[in-house]
Design a binder for this molecule. Structure first.
Ligand code: GLY
Length: 286
């Protein structure tokens, strides 16, 4: 399946589930002085979550162009050095504005990954916010995931916010076990380890609060849903490669750059990092 096909399958899946397909907003957010670049699919819906803006739909899905090169979500220093970080990437997301909540989003995500993309259920691991028994129980009792494959993690991993202020809430992440050979060699056995073995695929955010400049959390008018799944990451998994840079979305740019430079990719690790950085930055600039 190509990256283009995965993107389309995602949008088609959610359209069939009564979501309105909304275009990616500009990388430079309109009317939001808190952000230099769009850093998540939910940015264009910030005021809808806050109840300030009304839309004529309560479910949406997007493939959002995103840059994470500064601010709260900054991946710049990792680009080229890891298999999975970019400045620019495309984020697949589905959103509920006071419509479905935890049960709905968990069921949709599971159906898309296991039935539409056909991922192996046994390789999928879940993390939930440590205080969120409701999400834990949905995964365990309704989806049927063994509790040994569900981790309860803290705020750093499982509480998502767009920035220092704005909509936020506990989240649940779906990870895939890429196998011990991809791991860090330490005794990593669940998503708490930060190495590439347990790769985070999809973040399901249960939007419940608005954080003010003092850090106080105020309940949102209606509990809502915001999700984010990196297209390049899911493409790597579906295409059975261990680096996003080896997917059809990026590898051709690397090959073209190497050809212009008169070198070969995967001959020299230092040059490979440069080729990956150039491919990433070329995509971001374009
Ligand atoms: N808004 C969810 C995410 O960026 O992971």
């Amino acid at each position: 399946m190509t990256g283009k096909e995965i993107r389309q399958k995602f949008l088609d899946f959610f359209e069939q589930k009564d979501h309105t397909i909304v275009k990616s907003s500009s990388l430079v957010p309109e009317n939001d002085p808190t952000l230099l670049f769009t850093n998540a699919g939910m940015n264009q819906f910030k005021d809808t979550f806050l109840g300030v803006e009304k839309r004529n739909y309560s479910r949406a899905a997007t493939c959002q162009k995103v840059v994470r090169a500064g601010g709260k979500h900054n991946d710049l220093e990792n680009v080229g050095r890891t298999a999975r970080h970019h400045t620019f990437f495309e984020m697949l997301g589905n959103f509920s504005f006071g419509d479905y909540f935890k049960r709905g989003v968990i069921n949709y995500a599971w159906e898309f990954l296991t039935e539409v993309l056909g991922l192996d259920k046994e390789k999928l691991y879940i993390s939930v916010f440590h205080e969120d028994d409701e999400a834990f129980n949905i995964w365990k009792n309704e989806i049927g995931i063994s509790e040994t494959r569900i981790s309860k993690l803290g705020e750093k991993e499982n509480f998502w916010s767009m920035g220092d202020t704005g909509p936020c809430g506990p989240c649940s992440e779906i990870h895939i076990d890429q196998g011990p050979e991809i791991g860090c060699g330490r005794s990593c056995c669940d998503p708490e380890c930060d190495c590439d073995r347990f790769l985070e695929l999809w973040n399901l955010v249960f939007m419940q609060y608005d954080r003010d400049a003092e850090g106080t959390l105020h309940p949102l008018p209606k509990p809502s849903i915001d999700t984010g799944m990196g297209l390049e990451r899911i493409a790597a998994v579906v295409q059975n490669v261990t680096s996003n840079f080896d997917t059809d979305l990026i590898r051709p740019i690397i090959e073209e750059t190497a050809s212009i430079a008169g070198i070969r990719y995967k001959d020299n690790e230092k040059l490979d990092i440069s080729l990956r950085v150039i491919a990433d930055h070329a995509r971001a600039t374009t």
